[in-house]
Structures are given as structure tokens and as C-alpha cells.
Design a protein. Structure first.
Length: 286
């Protein structure tokens, strides 16, 4: 299958291109710079020069493909919806896979699935109207699918590095928020890449959370991160207010208590996470 992909030079994008190529798909990937073009070439994709705001480029590339995977992070909901609309118009009845995230569910109060009510922190509150518009195309003959990754780890993980590892190395301990009892819905980068490939065959309008099924506490994750950077056992509690000062609005997302199950994707797509020891992987820095 010929697949057009946005966000190909990013963390998830490169892994997803590699997975698509492994499964025999041909990939074209949006690239707004020569650096991005070289990054997507290095994992087997052909670059299409342009940015997320180049709606004509997006429309034409989607029209030339059999499926689209939208991974690029937009600056605003308006930008994301405009890009999604251009690509959905182009792909027509071909598969269109849109990226969301599990943070939209807020605190889950136990283990939940895709039917849980949404209660997003301000950081991601813009996602719902975009996702509703994307999924509504199913009633018009489109094939939209929504993938909602959990908190990613593995490989060149930048999120945990930026907000936990680097400040922790400077302070001599890895922080966690509050008492550290909040659960995190983690997923390995290689597993989420396989879910995007599997989602190409999903039913129109389907929504899948992309999680590994293991939801460790924030404190346990901090202990694993500490081990990975040579600060074994050196963790420290910080208040949410301090985390907000250090990290900005994303601190509210890190403070969420989330437990989610991948059961729907397993049952409907045959996708099963292979990485079931996230703390071990993080502790080894893999």
C-alpha cells in the first residue's frame, strides 16, 4: 500500500515509517526542511517537501496515496483541523489515521478503555473538536481512524528526557509529582508504530488507545529513570506548583492518574504490545 505520512522525521514518525516499510508498504513523508527530508529517507520514505500549513501539498499527496497517517504536531486546533481536512479530502475513501493522545481522558479512576468520558487538562482540551470533526467523515464515506498513544518510552525518548532526566541530573535526583502514586499509561515506541500499521485496516470511525497495558506509578518511573542516568534510588517529591513552574502546562498532564487497556486494539486489529516491562526498559536506557 502507498502511504502518505506527516511528522515522519519525529520520534513516532521514524519508528512508524520503519514499521510500514517492514510490512511492505511504500511511504511518502512530509518534510519541511532538508534535515527532515534526510531523516525520512534514512528510514525508507520518499520526502514530499512542504509544511503542515501547505494545504495544497497535503491534499495532492493524500490524493496520490492509498492511505494517510497524520503524526505531525500542529500548533493549534485550527491548524490541525485544516491539515486533516485537506488530507481527508484528498484521500477520499482511503484510510486516514489521525493522532490523538490518552491525556484527553484526564484522571481515569481505575482501568478504562475508549468508552471512558473525556476530561482533558487545558494542554490538550483542543483535541476533542478536531477529533470529532475527523471521525464525522465516516458518515460521509470516509475511513477515519483515531489512534491515541499513551506516554511513550524507548529509543530516543525526548519527553521524559526533557522534563525529568535533564533537570534531575542537574539537581542530583529525579523528581516525581506529589506522592508519586499516579499511574502512567505507557507504551513502547516500537509497539505504537505497529499499532499505526494495524490501524490501516480498521473500521471507519474506530478509536484505539495505544497503551502497553502496564500502568506503573510515576514514582516507579522516576526510580527507573534515576537508575538509567546513574542516580539509582535518588528520587524526590515535588509539588504540582513547582512542577508547573519548571515544566509549564505539561506538568498537569504528568500529574494525571491514568490506567488504560489495549483490549480493543487487541481484539479488533490483532495488535498485541510486545514490551511488557516498561520499567526495565527505562532503567536500562534502551
Amino acid at each position: 500500500m502507498k502511504v502518505f505520512l506527516t511528522g515522519g522525521s519525529g520520534y513516532i514518525g521514524r519508528a512508524t515509517i520503519s514499521a510500514l516499510v517492514k510490512h511492505g508498504h511504500t511511504v511518502q513523508a512530509l518534510a519541511r526542511s532538508e534535515y527532515s527530508a534526510e531523516a525520512v529517507r534514512s528510514v525508507g520514505a520518499t520526502p514530499v517537501r512542504g509544511g503542515l500549513g501547505d494545504l495544497g501539498v497535503l491534499n495532492a499527496a493524500a490524493a496520490d496515496a492509498e492511505a494517510v497517517i497524520h503524526l505531525a504536531q500542529a500548533e493549534t486546533g485550527e491548524e490541525d483541523l485544516a491539515a486533516a481536512t485537506a488530507m481527508q479530502d484528498g484521500i477520499g475513501s482511503g484510510a486516514y489515521v489521525h493522532t490523538g493522545g490518552t491525556w484527553v481522558y484526564g484522571d481515569t479512576n481505575g482501568v478504562v478503555d475508549e468508552t471512558a468520558p473525556e476530561n482533558p487538562p487545558a494542554l490538550v482540551a483542543w483535541r476533542k473538536p478536531v477529533e470529532d470533526a475527523v471521525l464525522a467523515r465516516a458518515a460521509q464515506g470516509g475511513r477515519p481512524v483515531l489512534v491515541q498513544p499513551g506516554l511513550l518510552y524507548g529509543g530516543e525518548n525526548r519527553l521524559i528526557d526533557i522534563f525529568y532526566t535533564q533537570p534531575g541530573k542537574e539537581a542530583g535526583a529525579i523528581p516525581y509529582i506529589g506522592d508519586g502514586s499516579a499511574h502512567w499509561a505507557l507504551v513502547h515506541i516500537d509497539d505504537i508504530a505497529e499499532l499505526y500499521v494495524a490501524a490501516l485496516k480498521a473500521r471507519p470511525g474506530a478509536v484505539y488507545v495505544g497503551v502497553g497495558g502496564v500502568n506503573p506509578t510515576a514514582k516507579d518511573v522516576s526510580l527507573a529513570v534515576a537508575e538509567s542516568v546513574g542516580l539509582e534510588g535518588k528520587v524526590v517529591s515535588i509539588t504540582l506548583e513547582r512542577a508547573q513552574q519548571q515544566m509549564g502546562p505539561i506538568a498537569d498532564a504528568f500529574a494525571l492518574d491514568q490506567q488504560l487497556t489495549p483490549a480493543r486494539a487487541e481484539a479488533e486489529l490483532g495488535w498485541k504490545p510486545k514490551f511488557t516491562d516498561p520499567l526495565g526498559v527505562i532503567a536500562r536506557g534502551e
